[in-house]
Structure formats: C-alpha cells, structure tokens
Design a protein around this ligand. Structure first.
Ligand code: NDP
Length: 453
C-alpha cells in the first residue's frame, strides 16, 4: 500500500483527519480538486463572518451618533470583497503549511476510487491505501423552477462585482437569514421569500419569532408562505414571478435552499455505496461506509452540517483508526450560532422538543429587554434569553439567546449545559455587571403556562 490513509477532500473534516492520523503515525495523503480549507474557509463560515463584521459596522456607525460621534462615512463593497478574498488566500496558505508540516502528501486534483483501496487521480497516477476517507462535503442545491439556473448560490456572493441594489433571497434557513441581514445592513434592498411560515423552523420558536422581528426591523421585506414560479431575464435584471401572480424585478436572486452531499461518481468504481433516506452516505460508529475500507465524515454524512462537527468527527475517526480509542462521538447538545443582526446562540433542545421528551416536567425562564447599549444608540433592537430546565432534576437542558454576541455568550454556557449544570448552580453564579449575559444567572421566576409565542 502507498498510504495508510488517503483522504478525498481538504475541507475542515478532511484536513483534520489527515493531520491527526499522520500525528498518530499513519502515512497519509490528501486530494483536493478545488481549494484547501473547503467550504468553511473559502465560501462559508470565514468569509461570511468577515462580511458580517462589515455589516456590523454599518449598524455601529448609525448607533454611534447617540454617543456623540458625527460625520459621514461611506461603504465601498469592493474593498470589503477584496480584503475578504485576500484573507481567504492567506488561510489557504496556512492550510497548506499545516498539511506539509504534518507530513501529509497533498494532491491538488480530483481522486476517484476504482476499487476498494485503489485510487485514480486526474493526472493519471494510481495509488493504493489501506483506508480511504471521503470528506467531500456538500454543495448548495437550487430548486428546480424555470430559470433557477440564473440564480446565485452562496459561493457567488463572495465574488460579486457590485453590491446588489435589490436582492431577492429564497429560503428560510441559516444562509438565507444571515445574508438577508448582512446585505440589508450594507445597503441593499433585500426581499426574503420563504416557502414556509416560520424562519429557522428547526430552532426554538422564540428564536424564530425574534429573528423575524429583527429582520423586519432592519428593513428586510420578509415574505412567508411565498413560492417562486419562475425567473426570466429582463435587461440586466431578473424578473421573478411569484406564485399568486405577482412579478417583480431584482438585480440578483440568491437561492439559499439547503445543501446536498458532493458525491458524484467518486466511489462508483468501488462498489455499492449505501445512502441514507436523505441521500447522505450511511456510516457506522467508526465512520465506515458500506464499501470495505472506505470511510466518510463531515457534511456528506447525516448530522449537523457544521465545521466543528466535522472536526470532531475527524478527530474521533483518527483516534479510533490509529490511536486505539474505542470512544464513540457524542452528538448531544451541539451548540450553534446564526450570524444575523442581532445574532443567535443556542445549545440544547428547543422548547417543543423538550416538551415532547418530558411533557410538563419542564420550566421555562425567559426575558426580553433592550440592551444597555441601545439606551443611547437609539436602536430598538431587542435581546431575548431563555433557559429550559427539567423541573424534576433542576438540570438546565437548553440555553437560547438572540442578542449582541449571542454566539460568544452561548459558547460558555454550552460547556455548562454539557456538564449538566443545574438551575440552582446558575442561580449561585455571581453575575458580571453590567452585561447582558448576567441575565442568564439572574432569571428567578419561571413562566406560567404555555410559553413559546
Ligand atoms: P438550511 O437547511 O438551514 O435551510 C434551507 C432552507 O431552504 C430552508 O428554509 C428550506 O425550507 C429551504 N428549501 C429547501 N428546499 C427548498 C426548495 N426546493 N424550494 C424552496 N425552499 C427550499 O440550509 P442553508 O442552505 O441555509 O445552509 C446549509 C447548512 O449550512 C445549514 O443547515 C447549516 O448546517 C450550515 N450553515 C451554518 C451556518 C452557521 O453555523 N452559522 C451558516 C450557514 C450555513 P424548509 O425548511 O421548508 O425545508
């Protein structure tokens, strides 16, 4: 065998698996046909967060007047776009260095399995490996309506030449609400069209309600239960026909309608790759697929499509394969954030999920308030904080926050939730004053009756 491990896909999961396996003594190669760092580094989390910071400044400039600042500032889209692109290039280089210094062979091209343990690379090279790991991630999926091929996907937003004057975003999940918030702050007129009735519908109902209210407050026109029928060219614009007969023109249309596993025919030569009901690669606790010696992790398998999850899977895979570990990865209570303005941070089940599991054995603590900062900023933005507690054991099941730096706040509380913190222990924690997060240790009265609104 040429290698102990051959990884296909150098995104968050693939790179970590390659590095960790190599560190544990395996001889490792990695193939990547597009860019080192995958979705997160190149067209996802990192450039999106840089755009989010850019959008945040728009709010800060506006809000600074109440604190005595004055003067005009203008925004140049190309500076933000170019600086973001330069940072992404820098990170590509860092990933390359990380792999090189871990002793991993990098093949910057497509690799496919021709048989179990046998790989064919585009340049004609053939390699063998005791284990092959698929970590090819996912790609945005676009609904099938006439003209949908004219719509942008989220990858395209990082290369736009101009800030769109009028932008239609289709979808109601993470990417739709994040980019609606970002582009509205940067100055686009944004319409968000979602086929269902609840944005972020997998989140706690209070989060969905607050995010909807804040998007509307920030000027996004949110249209719920709204379907798109077709997209036609009209000069340099797109004419969008909505179900129901209305039609409007937009400079750009973004489909933020979920992602599909990037599989292609990658494993076709090696046998029958079993898929789950949702079309993802089926794996066991070792991340082994139905094809002998072939493993898979990250966005191509079931589970949250999140970088830290892919990294945790990669570490677990490498430790089990090469480090003698028998520990299974624990997927409970995975925290997540949504980078809207204000942002969302959440750990643990939604209220609906907790009620389904425990019936009436839960207490809900919730507060909504105006952040101290906004007493002078003039912003009407609201902060929402919510705890879900199991009444019979006093254990805190979930923390949900919508507000300034919600992700930063919830990251710490997520550790406490995972460790089984009780409500009395939160009550016994002295707050840090004046902060917003101190509310989470000073909530004393549970809400009465049905709560989620
Ligand atoms: P999501 O799964 O979050 O949302 C997809 C949205 O598209 C849903 O509102 C869904 O509606 C809608 N949709 C799906 N199919 C269609 C269709 N055929 N026509 C119309 N609407 C449709 O996916 P995203 O694309 O927003 O993001 C992909 C994943 O990437 C996320 O799930 C998340 O795991 C990850 N991500 C994480 C971020 C973070 O951590 N901050 C940021 C961005 C992405 P419905 O609910 O009705 O099915």
């Amino acid at each position: 065998m040429d290698y102990d491990l051959f990884v296909i896909g150098a995104g968050s999961g693939g790179v970590r698996a390659a590095r960790w396996a190599s560190r544990l003594g395996a001889k490792v190669a990695i193939a990547e046909e597009r860019f080192l760092g995958g979705t997160c580094v190149n067209v996802g989390c990192i450039p999106k967060k840089l755009f989010y910071y850019g959008a945040h400044h728009a709010h800060s400039i506006e809000e600074s007047r109440g604190f005595g600042w004055s003067g005009d500032m203008s925004f140049d889209w190309r500076i933000l776009r170019n600086n973001q692109a330069a940072e992404v290039r820098r990170l590509n280089g860092i990933y390359e260095n990380l792999l090189n210094s871990a002793g991993v062979d990098i093949h910057p091209q497509r690799a496919e399995l021709t048989a179990p343990k046998h790989l064919h690379l585009v340049d004609g090279a053939e390699h063998t490996a005791e284990r092959v790991l698929l970590a090819t991630g996912g790609a945005p999926q676009v609904p099938d309506f006439p003209g949908s091929e004219r719509a942008l996907i989220s990858d395209d937003l990082f290369e736009l030449d101009e800030l769109p004057e009028r932008l239609l975003i289709i979808g109601g999940g993470y990417i739709a609400v994040e980019f609606a918030s970002i582009f509205a702050a940067l100055g686009s007129e944004v319409v968000l069209s979602y086929r269902g009735g609840t944005l972020l519908r997998h989140f706690d109902a209070d989060i969905s309600r607050c995010v909807l209210a804040e998007l509307r407050r920030s000027g996004v026109s949110v249209r719920l239960n709204c379907d798109i029928e077709r997209l036609d060219p009209e000069g340099h614009l797109h004419r969008v026909s909505f179900a129901g007969g209305d039609a409007e023109t937009f400079e750009q249309v973004l489909c933020a309608t979920g992602r599909a596993p990037r599989l292609g025919a990658i494993a076709a030569g090696a046998g029958e790759l079993a898929l789950t009901e949702t079309g993802k690669v089926a794996v066991d606790a070792d991340f082994a697929t139905s094809i002998p010696h072939l493993y898979a992790l990250g966005d191509i398998i079931e589970g949250p499509e999140l970088t830290p999850v892919a990294i945790a899977e990669a570490m677990n895979f490498a430790e089990r394969a090469y480090g003698g570990s028998t520990e299974e990865l624990d997927y409970a209570n995975i925290p997540t954030a949504v980078f809207t303005q204000p942002s969302v941070g959440t750990a643990g089940p939604t209220e609906a999920e907790a009620r389904e599991m425990l019936g009436e054995d839960i207490d809900i603590y919730r507060t909504e308030f105006r952040h101290l900062k906004h007493t002078l900023s003039g912003s009407e933005e609201r902060t929402m904080m919510k705890l879900i507690v199991r009444r019979s054991t006093d254990v805190v099941l979930a923390v949900h926050v919508v507000g300034l730096d919600a992700g930063e706040i919830v990251q710490g509380f997520a550790a406490a939730v995972r460790a089984g913190v009780t409500k009395s222990q939160l009550d016994g924690t002295i707050g840090i004053h004046p902060t917003a997060a101190e509310e989470l240790v000073t909530l004393r009265e549970p809400l009465q009756g049905a709560t989620a609104t």
